[in-house]
Design a protein around this ligand. Sequence first.
Ligand code: HEC
Ligand code: HEC
Length: 201
Amino acid sequence: MAVILARHSVTMHAMRIAVVLSATLACACGGSRHDAAVALPKPSRAAESRALFVEVSRVLLHPRCVNCHTPDESPRQGDQSVVHDPPIWRGTGHGVVGMQCSTCHQDKNAELARIPGAPGWKLAPLSMVWLGQTPHAICEQIKDKDRNGGRTLAEVHDHLAFDRLVGWGWAPGADRQPAPGTQQEVAAKFQAWIDSGAECP
Ligand code: HEC
Ligand code: HEC
């Protein structure tokens, strides 16, 4: 926090100088600290917020996440996000009659068979596509209640922090690479992003 504040005041200082240089408004620079605090910190706070979302999106765009947040009928698998083998269809998200996810995926990883598992294994809805999307597009989607499952940002945070399909990303079984960092770390960054104004990159 101290670092962020220090950075803010450097930016504010630079902006004051810029204002002085732009001449006519020089008198505004003598304004109280209070005026400056209200008028000036916004840009750097927004930049801070955008940078936080870019960091969060390194997790969201990881194969352990995008393999379920796909734009079509099929999940993906592996670090190259290749189409799921055997071929399956999203149906309700849980698959189709006769070929449900739970036919193969159990509530925990089946190590010998290499089948990943967690409670309620299913595809994310088509409104939550992340595979192949930019951080900007994912940010706009996550903020949109029509596309994020009707969640407030606090509720998206809780999903990110506690959901067990999300948690699977850090314990994916077999030789799969876990998502970067920890679930707690990405949830803390997401919270900091909300607190800094939830700006999209
Ligand atoms: C097994 C499939 C699966 C995996 C793997 C998965 N998700 Fe999801 N994800 C879902 C489903 C299903 C939903 C919709 C849940 C709902 O709306 O109740 C969802 C929704 C979400 C949401 C809700 C908000 C929104 O707008 O998208 C977040 C956040 C999320 N997932 C994060 C992640 C992260 C981070 C990872 C990787 C660490 C991940 N998911 C991996 C299936 C998955
Ligand atoms: C007929 C069995 C079967 C069915 C049905 C099935 N899967 Fe899979 N799935 C597998 C196997 C086996 C793997 C492991 C492939 C590997 O990594 O070798 C797998 C891997 C995956 C992965 C890859 C995880 C990763 O990051 O590598 C995802 C995601 C996935 N399945 C989602 C689903 C979803 C969602 C459904 C239902 C719509 C489903 N699967 C239905 C057998 C199945």
